[in-house]
Structures are given as structure tokens and as C-alpha cells.
Design a binder for this molecule. Structure first.
Ligand code: NAI
Length: 720
């Protein structure tokens, strides 16, 4: 069997143990690696020729954590608990080695990697900018259970430890040094020499102080832990309150982690390890963890997954963005920030151009404030964005991203015009949210280079890009946009050029149902609350306000023409969309706004509808069914029509494009877990009780008969 570890004993009794997972790009603690390490630790415990042992990585990063396959596959809590206890024993044996150990962290150090570091005598990290140290377990619905939940608070204090464990956020080398998580931050140049010097210096200091302390430092924090129960109670109470607010009771892991940390601090390490193992066993075998791990893998898959066969992606060295409005300014900033490329930002209107530049500058400023960028980098990147009122400089552009007004004739004219200004091979992408890509390219010479690149608003926050291929689009254009979206840190999903593409089509049946519920006498807040409680980031009416009632109405009418059998709009919609009631941007919509802050629902809406909310205490489960099931029905149609390639890609698109709750695993996965037979039965009930709109699609019945979405539309490698 190939070996994952290499031990070498050098001069000065300094030994190194190098972790280099066989056949993998990153180090992970697979079952085999753990067993090999166990054997090694057993052997090391008897070595008298070692004065200090440095744990290193043979890869680019340090250790990425435990093997997800093992966690995803475990269904038996007894087995899961045994897995946790095995890791705990192993790291305890590591901690008890008869000589000090140093974890030499460089690059990514997560989960089990951080836990073995915490069980080491000292931790040092390289100042390489990609050094990140974290315990991301709660993001996968579990918690650090190889001793991390017990050791971290002892190392950096309860408050800081809870912050890392409950959010799963990784910290930089610099902040790890500040919190005491690491003992030294060493320059990347000559890292290994520096680690050796560090180890020798610490050993020397130890010898001098022989008998005085164990070199673990952090004495005052231990004091705080031991002596101040009242202060601790406040820290735990605050963390609990914040966690409840953030998870709304839908994610069990952070609350369990909080309890485990508390037990470890209050009742001692042994009780803490016990709590870790028991809690993780329950969490890892539960539905939420399985869904979160599934979503994580879908995301990873879509970072690598294929574009389309038949043409290579073209290299992109310079970009142009047309239209400096809401979307264009954000897209230009993203290109400069993530791809570090020059970008021409063109608009017709100098005032719009100034606003677009200001928008980009504001986004950079936020990154500086978050310490993700220095002022000098901000200036350099801002200078990459060159505002333009004409096509000068377009001769060197490889990719154009158009984000001008949503009017077909205007887009057609602009595409024909820009095609003459850029090199023949340049790819021309449109950010249209509803117009057919095929039609936009109709007047463009060499229209095979016209493709859709649909970002979501706000651009810097929403990870999805729908890559829309028309019948006429060349594979190389699709693959160029695929590759470039990834370079921008986005997740591309391939979508066919059909009305509403994927996300707007699904969202439309959802938000129009919200309008009908309002029409039936439900209160605005009840409708939205039902969906927020179900897990959506905002309710459908608040979302309509954010998009703009006019813009949403425009897309809805367009989809109504395309799908008249199931997209129906209440007749009063036009009355609501008055010029002074277009949603957030006008300060009034279904809600009232103070600036961009949403206040209470606007009672005037009911007067406009000619009705008062009359449904008292509605059943939130029923309301959620009314809005979610039409999306499931539409998803079946989209998959059957080949609008999207697999159930997994549809789920990724929903989560990354709309904030669909990850703990439910995705729209298709949720429906599969509910059981499609059950979904069809509920739709039939709604069809007879409410409207024909609910009639189960042929495609849904077929999908149910084939055993569910994931069985019928498996797609890529992700099938769990
Ligand atoms: P916007 O109205 O904020 O900005 C459009 C900008 O294009 C304006 O500054 C206008 O002066 C400029 N413009 C108009 N004709 C032009 C031309 N011939 N050459 C250069 N600039 C021109 O619009 P927004 O919201 O940014 O939308 C732009 C595109 O992005 C539309 O196709 C829209 O459907 C799409 N989109 C919008 C989303 C949103 O939430 N706002 C989300 C996703 C896509």
C-alpha cells in the first residue's frame, strides 16, 4: 500500500514527519492515513534519538481535514462515534509523545489538520497569503470531534474559540498569531530553515527553564477559563443568542458545538472529548449533515465540472463591459478584483459612467476595510477599470460582457456595433435576464461567438453565473465564459437558451404564487414569513421589492406569454407597479423602506387590491407547499427539456443563485427526500382545491416513476 507519511531524523536530533497523501492533490486524513499515523506514533513513542518532531506537508497546502467520503457514507451512530474516538486517541497519543512536536503550517490547514496542530506542542505558520487555519466542521453539519472543540478554547480563550468553531471561518496567519493560535508567523522564504531555528530556540529555552512550565503559554487564558465562571456564562449566553438568530433552529451543529465547548471548559477535557464523540455521531448520521456535505460536494464538482465538448476556452487578457449600471459597475469591479485584468467600462451617459466607477470604488473600499486588500492594491486595481464613452481600446479585447438596457432591438444594434470594434475571435456575452441569446446575436457577424453570461444581483455577493448557450453558440464561446466565470470566483452552470433560462423561470412560478396568496387574502408578512421560516433568505414579496416590481412584472409578463398554461398574473399587478411604488428603489413596494432598510408591510397595498387580509393564523406548511411545489413541478420540466444538465446542477444553481436553503440539500434533493409520489399527490390536491396551475407535469410523473430527480437526471460524478 502506498505510504502517506515519511519520517526523517536529521542533525540536532530534529526529526521531520512529512504528510503527503498518496494519489491526492491535498492531504486528507483517510482511514488508511489515520491507521498509518497510528502505527507511526506507536513507534515514535519508543524513540530516544528524537529531540523534537516537525510535522510538515509534502503538498502545496498543509492538511485539508478528514476524508469526506467517510463522513458522507456513515449511517450508523455507533460507527460514527467510534470514528471520533479513534481520532481522539490518536491525537492524544501524538500529544503525549516523549518529545515536543511542531506543526509547520503552510497554506490551508482545516478540520483534522487544525486538530492535530492543536495537539502539537507548538504551531508555526508561513506568512504566505494563502495560509488559512480553521475548523469548518459546522458548515458541513458536524463539529470538531478529534479534540478540537476541547483544545481550541484552552489555547485561545472561549470567546475566540467559539467564534471560529460556530462560524467555521478560517483565520489568516496574522490573526492566528494575534489570538495565540500559533506561536510564530515565519517568512515563507526559507520556511523550513526558519521552522528548524524556531524548534531549536524553543528547545533551548525549555532546557533553561527545565521544570518551569511546559512551554504551552497562554497562562492568563487558562486562568480566565478556570477562575471566572460568571464571565464565561456571559460569553456562552451571547454566543447562543447569536447562533440561534443566525441558524433559526435549522442548523443543529453550531448549537451542539457550543454545548460541547461548554462541557469541555466546565467539566474538563475528558467530559469534553466524550461530548464531542457522542454529538458528532448524532449529527453526522442526521439529514442536515448529509445535505450540507452533498451541497459542498456539488459546489466542488461545479468548480471542476466540464463545459461542453467541441471547442477549447479562449484565453482572456482584456475585457470590456458595456453599460455601467447596477450590473455593469459590479461586473467591471469583479474583473479587476478577481481576474486582475484591464477592463474597459463603456456607457452612453457620462453620469451613469461616473456612478458605475463610484460603485466599483465603493466595492473596493469595502474589501480594504475588511483587510482583504491594501490601499495600494485598491489604487492599482481601480486603475485597471478604464471608463469609456466610445469604442477606443476595444481592439485588444478578448471578451465583451454586455449589461445595457433590457431591450432586444437596442441589444441587437449594440452587438452588431461592438462586433466591428473588437477582434474577430473575441467572445460577446450578454448579461440579459430574459431576452433570447439566439435573437440578440441575429444581427451580429459570426454570431456563433454570442453567448449568455447571466450574473445575479448583487454581483459581488451572488456566486452563480448561468452560462447560456443558444443553438448557434460555438462550444469555444461557451467554454470561454465557463472558464472566465470560474476565474471570477463564480460558479457557472450551463443553461439552454429558453425563456427565463433556469433561475428566473423557477423563481417566477414561486413569486407569482405569492401574489395569488395575497389575492386570496393572506397578509404580506405571513406569506414572506412562511418562506423565511422554511429557510429562504428573504420572502418572495420582499424579493420582488428588491428586484423592482416593474422589472419583476416585465419578466413575469414575458414568461406568461411563454408559458400561458401555468404562469398567471393577478390583474391588479399593474396597479401596484405605480411609478412611486416600484419596490426598494422608490422607498415603497409591498413594504415601506427607510433608505434600503425594509420596514413594515405597507397597508396601502391592501387598499389598492381592494381587500383586507382576512386569513387568520394560516398554516405555514401549507403556504410553503403552495410556493415551493410549483418550483418542483417546473424543475421537472426544465430537466426533461434539457434546460439544465442534471439534478445536481439545478440544485447548485438554486442554492448559489437564490440562496435556497443549503440544509435542505437543493430543490430536487429536497423533493426526492419528501418523496415525489407525495409531491405529486399534494399537487393534485392543490389542483382541485386551488387552481389548474398546480397540475403535476407529465415530466414530474415520469421523474417520480423513474425513482426521483437524482435517479433520472444523475449528471456528473455527484450522485450521493
Ligand atoms: P441599468 O439600467 O442599471 O444600467 C444599464 C446601463 O446601460 C445604463 O447606465 C445605460 O446608460 C447604459 N446603456 C444603455 N444603452 C447603452 C449602450 N448602447 N451602450 C452602453 N451603455 C448603454 O440596468 P441593469 O439593472 O444594470 O441591467 C443591465 C442588464 O443586466 C439588463 O440586460 C438586465 O436584464 C440584466 N440583469 C439585471 C439584473 C438586475 O438585478 N438589475 C440581474 C441580472 C441581469
Amino acid at each position: 500500500m502506498p505510504s502517506d507519511f515519511r519520517l526523517a531524523v536529521g542533525g540536532n536530533r530534529l526529526a521531520t514527519l512529512s504528510f503527503d497523501s498518496a494519489g491526492r492533490k491535498v492531504n486528507v486524513f483517510t482511514r488508511e492515513a489515520l491507521h498509518e499515523l497510528e502505527r507511526l506514533v506507536g513507534e515514535l513513542a519508543g524513540r530516544r534519538d528524537i529531540g523534537c518532531l516537525v510535522l510538515l506537508s509534502g503538498k502545496e497546502g498543509f492538511i485539508a481535514g478528514a476524508d469526506l467520503d467517510g463522513i458522507a457514507g456513515v449511517t450508523d451512530p455507533v460507527e460514527a462515534e467510534a470514528g471520533a474516538r479513534f481520532g481522539q486517541r490518536l491525537f492524544a497519543a501524538w500529544e503525549a509523545l516523549p518529545f515536543p512536536t511542531v506543526a509547520a503550517i503552510r497554506g490551508v490547514c482545516l478540520g483534522g489538520g487544525t486538530e492535530i496542530s492543536l495537539a502539537s506542542t507548538w504551531r508555526v505558520a508561513s506568512d504566505r497569503p494563502d495560509t488559512r487555519i480553521g475548523l469548518p466542521e459546522v458548515r458541513l453539519g458536524i463539529l470538531p470531534a478529534w479534540g478540537g472543540s476541547v483544545r481550541l478554547p484552552r489555547r485561545i480563550g472561549v470567546g475566540a474559540a467559539l467564534d471560529m468553531i460556530l462560524t467555521g471561518r478560517a483565520v489568516s496567519g496574522r490573526s492566528a498569531l494575534k489570538s495565540g493560535l500559533i506561536d510564530a508567523l515565519l517568512p515563507e522564504a526559507r520556511f523550513l530553515d526558519q521552522v528548524r531555528d524556531f524548534a531549536l530556540e524553543r528547545l533551548d529555552r525549555r532546557r533553561k527553564e527545565a521544570g518551569g512550565g511546559d512551554g504551552h503559554g497562554g497562562g492568563w487564558k487558562e486562568l480566565l477559563l478556570e477562575k471566572n465562571p460568571l464571565g464565561r456564562k456571559i460569553v456562552f449566553d451571547q454566543a447562543r443568542k447569536k447562533t440561534l438568530e443566525q441558524t433559526k433552529g435549522q442548523y443543529p451543529a453550531p448549537l451542539r458545538a457550543l454545548e460541547v465547548v461548554r462541557v469541555g471548559v466546565e467539566d474538563g477535557p475528558r467530559a469534553g472529548f466524550d461530548a464531542e464523540a457522542r454529538s458528532v455521531a448524532e449529527l453526522a448520521t442526521g439529514r442536515v449533515a448529509k445535505n450540507l456535505i452533498h451541497v459542498f460536494r456539488l459546489g466542488e464538482e461545479s468548480k471542476r465540472g466540464p463545459g461542453v465538448p467541441g471547442g477549447e476556452a479562449r484565453p482572456v487578457g482584456a475585457v470590456a463591459v458595456l453599460g455601467a449600471g447596477t450590473m455593469g459597475g459590479g461586473i467591471a469591479q469583479l474583473v479587476a478584483q478577481e481576474a486582475d485584468l484591464p477592463v474597459r467600462l463603456k456607457d452612453l451617459d457620462p453620469a451613469a459612467l461616473a456612478r458605475g466607477m463610484e460603485h466599483a470604488a465603493g466595492l473596493f473600499d469595502r474589501l480594504v476595510k475588511k483587510r482583504r486588500l491594501t490601499r495600494a492594491e485598491e489604487r492599482r486595481k481601480m486603475a485597471l477599470i478604464q471608463p469609456a464613452l466610445d469604442y477606443s481600446g476595444f481592439g485588444r479585447v478578448d471578451l465583451v460582457i454586455e449589461a445595457i438596457v433590457e431591450k432586444l432591438a437596442v441589444k441587437q444594434a449594440v452587438f452588431a456595433e461592438v462586433a466591428a470594434a473588437v477582434p474577430e475571435a473575441a467572445v460577446l456575452a450578454s448579461n440579459t435576464s430574459s431576452l433570447p441569446i439566439g435573437a440578440i446575436g441575429e444581427t451580429t457577424p459570426r454570431r456563433e461567438r454570442v453567448v449568455g453570461m447571466h450574473f445575479f444581483n448583487p454581483v459581488h455577493r451572488m456566486p452563480l453565473v448561468e452560462v447560456i448557450a443558444a443553438e448557434t453558440t460555438a462550444a469555444s464561446a461557451v467554454n470561454t465564459v465557463f472558464a472566465f466565470s470560474r476565474r471570477l470566483g463564480k460558479t457557472p452552470v450551463l443553461v439552454r437558451d429558453t425563456p427565463g433560462f433556469l433561475i428566473n423561470r423557477l423563481l417566477m412560478v414561486y413569486s407569482t404564487e405569492a401574489l395569488w396568496l395575497l389575492d386570496e387574502g393572506h397578509a404580506i408578512e405571513d406569506i414572506d414569513r412562511a418562506m423565511v421560516d422554511w429557510g429562504m433568505p428573504v420572502g418572495p414579496l420582499a424579493l420582488t421589492d428588491e428586484v423592482g416590481i416593474d422589472v419583476a412584472g416585465h419578466v413575469a409578463r414575458f414568461l406568461q406569454e411563454s408559458f400561458p398554461d401555468r404562469v398567471a398574473l393577478p390583474p391588479w399587478l399593474a396597479r401596484i407597479a405605480a411609478p412611486d411604488r416600484l419596490g426598494t428603489k422608490t422607498g415603497r413596494g409591498f413594504y415601506r423602506y427607510d433608505g434600503r432598510e425594509r420596514k413594515e408591510p405597507d397597508p396601502a397595498v391592501y387598499a389598492l387590491l381592494g381587500l383586507a387580509p382576512r386569513v387568520q393564523s394560516p398554516d405555514p406548511g401549507l403556504l410553503a407547499d403552495r410556493m415551493v411545489l410549483p418550483m418542483v413541478n417546473e424543475a421537472a420540466r426544465c430537466l426533461a427539456e434539457g434546460v439544465v444538465r442534471s439534478a445536481g446542477e439545478l440544485d447548485v444553481a438554486m442554492i448559489f443563485g437564490t440562496g435556497f436553503p443549503p440544509f435542505r440539500g437543493g430543490l430536487c434533493r429536497w423533493a426526492d427526500q419528501e418523496g415525489l409520489g407525495q409531491v405529486v399527490a399534494t399537487l393534485e390536491r392543490l389542483e382541485s382545491a386551488v387552481s389548474e396551475r398546480y397540475r403535476p407535469a407529465e415530466a414530474l410523473r415520469d421523474t417520480a416513476a423513474a425513482g426521483g430527480f437524482y435517479a433520472r437526471f444523475p449528471g456528473g460524478a455527484v450522485t450521493s
